[in-house]
Design a protein around this ligand. Structure first.
Ligand SMILES: *Cc1c(COP(=O)(O)O)cnc(C)c1O
Length: 353
């Protein structure tokens, strides 16, 4: 399939590179393609970023049939443009698509589409340390009907947003609230798919945590509220004595690309890393005993987000004196130096645009 290109007649002014924030500024162009039963995926095109028109009765709006991804393009010191493990994001998108009964995308073609779009938008990639061009591929059912069934037509899009450094003033450990009432996902549900409804379902608890002064929620399993799952839009790791533990993927946790990369780096460095169930009781016990050395979240947005405080049933526990730990820092440095091309990538993770 060829990609048709229509360039904008009105390029926007570039943003203030010193005040980018996250997800509020969009570039000049976007990628679109459509799906129908008779044509499959067709009409691939890069067009000006603008509003789209759909029926008020389209399925995605009423029944939430949508899937998204989040990945980044990085500018290296010598001006090259790199993607980090984009194939993992696209194959995860197809896992999510299968779960939501959305037709699969051609992963190789979509990687080509990402590269074409990023090349066109290269002047929008910020250059300061820690900044990047955030890429948001997403797909949604567009059929006009209130019937409860999978859509017969779809739109796939990629939009781009220049984003600032997650830690403009250095890495700042966050305060996390362990949620004991609401749950994010259950085994058999959609927790391991990147779909909008999971987020809509998390807002109430997230708002509650923010009201109490916490930045994010740590979710427990949906059946027993006993085992740790993940944090907001991040997977979670704990360093307890000499073991580094992350919850095992059992169907309700989103399989993060950063999570996988962290596990691989830790194994390469000879750390004792375990994917296993970890109960909130074990975590709290280790915090009380002082054997909880570090805790951190992992995700594309922040890379590594150290946890400085945990609250559970109205008790608060400090982690590592609210400082970033040695392992968290080591992982952050290693991952970001691969992403920004300061370290040679000898694992085949980086794709040059
Ligand atoms: C996207 C996401 C993550 C992190 O995944 P990465 O591939 O590392 O960015 C973790 N948890 C949830 C719920 C997510 O949506």
């Amino acid at each position: 399939m060829d990609i048709k290109i229509i360039k904008t007649a009105k390029p926007k002014n570039k943003p203030d590179w010193n005040n980018l924030g996250f997800g509020n500024i969009f570039t000049d162009h976007m990628f679109l393609m459509n799906y129908s039963g008779d044509k499959g995926w067709h009409d691939a095109r890069i067009v000006p970023f603008e509003n789209l028109e759909f029926s008020p009765a389209m399925i995605a709006l009423h029944y939430g049939q949508m899937v998204f991804e989040g990945t980044k393009a990085y500018k290296t010191e010598n001006g090259d443009i790199q993607l980090f493990r984009p194939q993992n994001h696209l194959s995860r998108m197809n896992n999510s698509n299968r779960r939501l009964c959305i037709p699969e995308i051609n992963e190789a073609f979509c990687l080509k589409a990402i590269c074409e779009l990023v090349k066109m938008e290269q002047d929008w990639i910020p250059k300061k340390p820690g900044t990047s061009l955030y890429l948001r591929p997403f797909v949604f059912g567009t059929e006009e009907t209130l019937m409860v069934h999978p859509s017969s037509t779809y739109t796939f899009a990629i939009i781009c947003s220049p984003c600032g450094a997650y830690y403009p003033e250095g890495i700042n450990p966050v305060k996390i609230h362990i949620e004991t009432e609401a749950v994010r996902a259950v085994k058999g549900g959609t927790g391991d798919a990147k779909t909008g409804g999971n987020y809509a379902a998390s807002f109430q608890a997230q708002k509650g945590a923010e009201r109490k002064g916490y930045s994010q929620v740590l979710w427990l399993d949906g059946r027993e509220r006993k085992y740790i799952e993940e944090v907001g839009a991040m997977n979670v790791f704990f360093v307890i004595d000499s073991e580094i533990i992350t919850p095992k993927l059992e169907g309700s946790i989103l399989p993060g690309v950063t999570r996988l990369s962290v596990i691989e780096i830790l194994k390469d460095k000879g750390y004792n890393v375990a994917e296993r169930r970890i109960s909130v009781d074990e975590l709290i016990e280790s915090a009380k005993k002082g054997s909880l050395k570090e805790a951190f979240g992992t995700g594309t947005a922040a890379v590594i987000s150290p946890i400085g405080e945990l609250s559970y049933n109205d008790e608060n526990f400090e982690v590592n004196a609210r400082q970033i730990g040695k392992i968290s820092q080591e992982l952050y440095d290693e991952l970001t130096s691969i992403q920004y091309g300061n370290t040679k990538d000898n694992r085949g993770w980086v794709v040059q645009v």
